[in-house]
Design a protein around this ligand. Structure first.
Ligand code: ADP
Ligand code: MG
Length: 364
């Protein structure tokens, strides 16, 4: 099991810098997901780890050896791509065996390894088929087989599920997770899909514009986003962000939103009159008082029924808010009469309006 240390890596294409000095320590066996919008530098970072892109500045180490100058084939990493990159004229067994053949491993060893991997991935019945005669999901499994069979120190995945339809994507996502639980190989996985990131990762790295916005476990990011970017990227629907102004009174601190008062937890490091963005997750808003909550009147605009849950689109003053609620009992008719919401004070996050950074609690 191998560690991977990324130290202040920079990528420049000519004069244009696209990755601005990223630091990341990945522990042995860890499954780390790089997530962020298109063009934020995820693939570039992954390709620098793989050795497919030159590193402009900084270092990458695998098992405490700096690999900046080590050729891709000597880094002992295996990469799985979105487009599978299979050899069309080779059958499944030959595709999986390809890397081992190149390394001139003994024939009986190759045969045994291919057999094992095919069994693991449910590919045994298809070993004689060519990629053209496989489904998308089967092709993706072959691509994974080719990576697994080499027993690399580090697995790298670049949007491996993006070409699959939604149902298959969910299924393959679970398979990748099971595979990781079994192989326990250090993995770096790139996706723009926050659901994939949340479900697969031990730790998520949220990237934006060539920098890291936050690193944390899925629940860290969900519960305590470091800034409004992460708050707006993680979660579905994402965290509500409501603009308001800090008001202090004898009974504590509030955010005033067009005359509606939202309590905030404990003593935050803020000034009276400071413009803030308040963050409340749609699933942290309730239609009944669950205790330690405050109520806010809303104007309901739209109810979307999703089956197991419903989304209420509403306004607080002139700010829009989305509420996620269960549909137990199946009576969604009652939802169209909602005029009031309850928000647990402890769930309210406050960000500085100017910097977008989460406001910490006062130290004293
Ligand atoms: N070969 C290249 N030459 C110039 N710019 C590039 C090249 N490859 C990628 N970029 C730029 O680098 C940025 C990051 O790209 P990329 O890492 O592919 O993003 P992501 O994988 O997060 O979608 C983008 O702005 C992209 O246009
Ligand atoms: Mg990419």
């Amino acid at each position: 099991m191998s560690n991977l240390i990324i130290n202040k890596i920079v990528k420049r294409y000519g004069d244009i810098e696209v990755v601005h000095g990223i630091d990341l320590d990945i522990a042995p066996k860890e499954f780390v997901v790089l997530v962020g919008p298109s063009g934020c530098g995820k693939s570039t970072t992954l390709r620098m780890i793989a050795g497919l892109e030159e590193i402009s500045d900084g270092t990458i180490s695998i098992d405490d050896r700096v690999v900046n100058r080590v050729a891709p084939k000597d880094r002992d990493v295996a990469m799985v791509f979105q487009n599978y990159a299979l050899y069309p004229h080779l059958n499944v067994a030959e595709n999986i065996a390809f890397g081992l053949r190149i390394r001139k491993e003994p024939k009986d060893h190759i045969e045994k390894a291919v057999k094992e991997v095919a069994e693991t991935l449910g590919l045994t019945p298809y070993l004689d088929r060519r990629p053209a005669n496989l489904s998308g999901g089967q092709r993706q499994r072959v691509a994974m087989g080719r990576a697994i069979v080499r027993r690399p120190k580090v697995f790298l995945f670049d949007e491996p599920l993006s070409n699959l339809d939604a149902k298959l994507r969910t299924q393959m996502r679970a398979e990748i997770k099971r595979l990781h639980n079994r192989l326990e190989a250090t993995s770096v996985y790139v996706t723009h899909d926050q659901v994939e990131a949340m479900t697969l990762a031990d730790r998520i790295v949220v990237m934006n514009g060539g920098v890291i916005e936050q690193i944390g476990t899925p629940m860290d990011l969900f519960m305590n986003p470091a800034n409004t970017f992460v708050a707006g990227f993680i979660g579905s629907p994402p965290m509500n962000q409501i603009e308001g102004v800090i008001k202090k009174s004898s009974d504590g601190m509030h955010v005033d939103v067009n005359g509606n008062s939202f309590s905030v937890p404990k003593a935050l490091d803020v000034e009276e009159g400071q413009p803030v963005v308040m963050g409340i997750r749609p699933e942290h808003i309730f239609l009944e008082n669950e205790g330690d909550s405050f109520s806010v009147p809303i104007k309901l605009d739209l109810v979307e029924t999703l089956g197991s849950e419903a989304l209420l689109h509403a306004a607080v003053g002139d700010e829009n808010i989305i509420i996620k609620t269960g549909t137990e009992g199946g009576d969604v008719g009652r939802l169209s009469g909602v005029e009031q919401i309850y928000v647990p004070t402890a769930r309210v996050k406050v960000f500085d309006a100017k910097s977008g950074l989460a406001i910490p609690e006062r130290a004293d």
